[in-house]
Design a protein around this ligand. Structure first.
Ligand SMILES: CC(C)(COP(=O)(O)OP(=O)(O)OC[C@H]1O[C@@H](n2cnc3c(N)ncnc32)[C@H](O)[C@@H]1OP(=O)(O)O)[C@@H](O)C(=O)NCCC(=O)NCCS
Length: 149
């Protein structure tokens, strides 16, 4: 997909588009691991900032990402998920860069994330570096990755 056509929207956890994005997260991130949303996940979502990207051709929600402030200088990017049929069309990269711009505007100096092992290369391409040892989260290996803005 051509980046000039991509539009990212911020949505609230009360909106219909948030529910569609949550469904993508459920199918793409949780279901393959045999997991589902917990009460704690839902509570965390209420406090965080949600972005979606829609296919400009038909308005279908193609991808989503969640941001949260950790401190004045650090923001965390989490739950990046692209609908399978839209993967490999620059949407994940575009959502990631959007989050970086958003965090920078808020005064952040760094974006931090926990990358699944199989996606480390994707984030390296985006300029993130891994920090520290591999660790387990949701039952699979992860690396903490950071990008100085
Ligand atoms: C990982 C994910 C978010 C990437 O989004 P995407 O829209 O498919 O990726 P893009 O098209 O923006 O890819 C950008 C670049 O990263 C590369 N890339 C994408 N996924 C990759 C992966 N898993 N491993 C290595 N490189 C990857 C692409 O080839 C592309 O490189 P290029 O610019 O040199 O061609 C998406 O595939 C996804 O939702 N995967 C399943 C959920 C997941 O694992 N989320 C991350 C949790 S930590």
């Amino acid at each position: 997909m051509v980046e000039s056509n991509m539009i990212i929207e911020e949505v609230t956890p009360q909106s219909g588009d948030y529910k569609i994005a949550k469904d993508i997260r459920e199918r793409v991130l949780r279901k393959p691991l045999g997991l589902t949303f917990t009460e704690q996940d839902m509570a965390e979502d209420q406090a965080d900032i949600h972005f979606i990207m829609k296919d400009p051709a038909n308005g279908v929600v193609a991808g989503t990402v969640v941001m949260k402030p950790l401190s004045d200088s650090n923001w965390r990017l989490r739950q990046l998920a692209v609908e399978p049929k839209y993967q490999g069309q620059n949407i994940g990269g575009f959502l990631t860069r959007h989050c970086e711009g958003f965090a920078r505007q808020k005064g952040a100096q760094k974006v931090i994330l926990h990358s699944r092992l199989n996606v480390v290369k994707f984030y390296q391409n985006m300029g993130y570096v891994s920090v520290g040892e591999e660790f387990y989260e949701v039952g699979i290996p992860h690396f903490r990755m950071e990008k100085v803005l």
